[in-house]
Design a protein around this ligand. Structure first.
Ligand code: PLP
Length: 397
């Protein structure tokens, strides 16, 4: 039966991690996979999360199943963090949140929900976008259509081209936008552009889907939610897929959520019943532990304050590395203007390195970067930055 099966290609990002692990060079640098690393190159458990873990262990609660959408406390915590606890969409009961296995789980549940319930079964995605978006949507039976987003000439947002591209979308189509810290470009719309995109979605009858995997990594928890809050107008419908992998460092716990905002609470009940159906036939109900950690931290004012401080440190370290990278590239005489790196936000930067240069960095310097030239800025440390900039200078020059 299995004789005719052909090997699948390695995942472009996770495959790179395998190659990095196999590299014996002690000076190797991994700027591939999107995992936060501290100044020592480690991905530690946040102290606030560790404390929540100790409290949960002491309680030794039940391991019985959760409801299909997860715990109600977790859903309320997610909505409060994303929209603000007193937001009309929360207070009116027109939003439903299901705890999903990570942000990827949220995206897949979204695809299943759209395929089962909406007419066009089509989603528009930015060019470029996270490497897993199109495969996840395709696996969920959606057709993905690209629209322009990144302007290579300015290293900025191709806003007019994006609006023009979305002009081809038909009523009922979904549009996937990155809530903040666009992956891979690091470029987000301004507040005014978010409003214009929300106008466009409303006028053309498009369903906004916000992928919100990095809340708190750009400017701050509230500031980073400006985009999705712009879409969440009275009566407006939208979907938000969030993840706590990065901002809580809970990568392996698989904790995220899908939030569907309906026009009113009655519609929400109908939508919720279909959402449950999509989840039941997929993984049935979510894993508890990661969500319990998040709920414990967000539900305790001292722990929450501590976590916000830890999140700010991660954000500030990344933004600090952005500035240092620009300065060090100049110091090492690397030709070109890299000031855009400082204007980008989140973990990623589109470095402008070509596939040949990326390959040369890997082969000659054991520096691992995704083929598109996307750099995980969180992999840069005060210790490896000179080695990195000298190597870039060598392959670019
Ligand atoms: N969406 C984007 C844009 C991401 O960058 C990632 C992770 O890299 C995800 C979703 C998925 O996050 P998770 O690890 O929680 O599935």
């Amino acid at each position: 039966m299995f004789e005719a099966i052909q090997p699948a290609p390695a995942d472009p990002i996770l495959g790179l991690t395998d190659a990095f692990k196999a590299d014996p060079n002690p000076e190797k640098i991994n700027l591939g996979v999107g995992v936060y690393q501290d100044a020592n190159g480690k991905t530690p458990t946040l102290p606030s999360v560790a404390e929540a873990g100790r409290r949960l262990a002491a309680e030794a609660g039940s391991k019985s199943y959760l409801p299909i959408t997860g715990s109600a406390d977790y859903s309320a915590a997610v909505q409060g963090l994303m929209f603000g606890g007193d937001h009309e969409a929360v207070a009116s009961g027109r939003a439903v949140t299901a705890h999903t296995p990570g942000g990827t789980g949220a995206l897949r549940v979204t695809a299943d929900f759209i395929r089962a319930n909406l007419p066009t079964k089509r989603v528009w995605v930015t060019t470029p976008t996270w490497a897993n978006h199109v495969p996840v949507f395709a696996a969920g039976g959606l057709e993905a259509k690209p629209f322009p987003y990144f302007d290579k000439a300015t290293n900025g947002l191709a806003f007019d081209a994006a609006v023009e591209g979305l002009g081809e979308a038909e009523p009922g189509d979904a549009v996937l936008l990155h809530g903040c810290c666009h992956n891979p470009s690091g470029i987000d719309p301004t507040a005014e552009q978010w409003e214009q995109l929300a106008d466009l979605a409303q006028q053309r009858g498009l369903l906004p889907v916000l992928d919100f995997a990095y809340q708190g990594f750009a400017e701050g928890l509230t500031e980073d939610a400006a985009g999705l809050r712009a879409f969440c107008r009275p009566g407006a419908e939208l979907i938000v897929c969030n993840s706590f992998s990065k901002n809580f460092g809970l990568y392996c716990e698989r904790v995220g959520g899908v939030t569907i905002v309906a026009s009113d609470a009655d519609r929400r009940r109908v939508v919720e019943s279909q959402l449950k159906r999509s989840i039941r036939s997929n993984y049935s109900n979510p894993p508890a532990h990661g969500a319990q950690l998040v709920t414990t931290v967000l539900g305790d004012s001292a722990l929450r304050q501590q976590w916000e401080g830890e999140l700010a440190s991660m954000r500030e370290r990344i933004n600090g590395m952005r500035s240092l990278l620009v300065a060090k590239l100049a110091e090492h005489g690397v030709p070109g203007d890299y000031s855009f790196i400082e204007r980008q936000r989140g973990m990623f930067s589109f470095s402008g390195l070509t596939p040949d240069q990326v390959e040369a960095l890997r082969e000659r310097h054991s520096i691992y970067i995704v083929g598109s030239g996307r750099i995980n800025v969180a992999g840069v440390t005060p210790t490896n930055i000179d080695q990195l900039c000298a190597a870039i200078g060598e392959v670019v020059g």
